[in-house]
Design a protein around this ligand. Structure first.
Ligand SMILES: Nc1ncnc2c1ncn2[C@@H]1O[C@H](COP(=O)(O)OP(=O)(O)O)[C@@H](O)[C@H]1O
Ligand SMILES: [Mg+2]
Length: 248
């Protein structure tokens, strides 16, 4: 459904390559997790898919169409959605404005329903400014509510648990899961949580800007610790040539 071929990303004006030749295919209807150590390239990969970053080389196709050069709003119209790791705040916009803009639905009643689904009382939040006065966890939930309204076919949630309390996160995870199952969407969760990795069909492990492996939890889980430890050796000591040696 969505395919990356040889995708590389260099920070503009710098030599540093943070995504290195990624080949990756997401199949329609599947539930994925992307995991890996901090700084591994998970958010950058999501931003490349959403069009926030443009690849330095390589291509991205969505439902057979080359979208490599499309802007964020064009990709959004085609059915790609992204929930930020750190959602931006919007000075001068209220929560209801955000929800109405995203869903293109004016009806207050419908929009209220999205907020309820993510565990926020519409009475308390609809007319509040979507600015820095909202906590990180509140903003994450509001952002997920906007995606419920927008209903993209392919959605990436970037660390949806970050800043969200355990009880609310259970609720969010259920909303995401039910939506995925009911509507046959393709869903990607960026996460480190074992219970998320348990939930998905496939796990993508990304380390140092490269796809290390893709597979089920049974296959990926045992290598996660090895790989993360190994990367630390490579980076901090610089004395380990290859992974096999590192694992010994
Ligand atoms: N705009 C940027 N400018 C400079 N460095 C960046 C930028 N975006 C990402 N990086 C660097 O690229 C690496 C990957 O970052 P990121 O994709 O956010 O990792 P993850 O989400 O896996 O923690 C990190 O070392 C990060 O500091
Ligand atoms: Mg990240």
């Amino acid at each position: 459904m969505l395919e990356l071929k040889g995708v590389t990303y260099k920070i503009p004006g710098e030599d540093k390559e943070i995504i290195k030749g990624v080949d990756l295919t997401f199949e329609q209807g599947k539930f994925y997790a992307i995991t890996g150590p901090n700084g591994g390239g998970k958010t950058s990969l999501a931003k490349l898919i959403m069009g926030i970053y443009k690849p330095s080389s390589g291509s991205i196709t969505f439902k057979g169409e080359d979208i490599t050069n499309l802007e964020i709003n064009e990709r959004s119209k085609k059915g790609i959605g992204y929930a930020f790791q750190y959602p931006p705040r919007f000075k001068g916009l209220r929560v209801i404005d955000l929800l109405q803009l995203a869903s293109e639905i004016e009806e207050r009643k419908v929009v209220r329903g999205y907020l309820r689904q993510v565990g926020l009382c519409p009475e308390d939040y609809l007319d509040r400014d979507a600015d820095a006065s909202l906590s990180g966890g509140e903003m994450k939930r509001i952002e997920i509510a906007t995606l419920l309204g927008k209903n993209p076919e392919f959605t990436i949630y970037d660390e949806p648990d970050a800043g969200v309390d355990l009880w609310s996160f259970d609720l969010l995870l259920n909303v995401i899961k039910q939506k995925h199952e009911k509507e046959g969407l393709t869903t990607v969760l960026i996460s480190h949580q074992e219970r998320i990795l348990e939930l998905v069909d496939e796990i993508v492990l990304i380390v140092g800007g490269k796809i290390q492996d893709v597979g089920t939890k049974e296959r990926i889980w045992p290598i996660i610790k090895d790989v993360v430890g190994c990367q630390w050796y490579k980076v901090c000591r610089g004395d380990v040539e290859d992974e096999a040696e590192c694992r010994r």
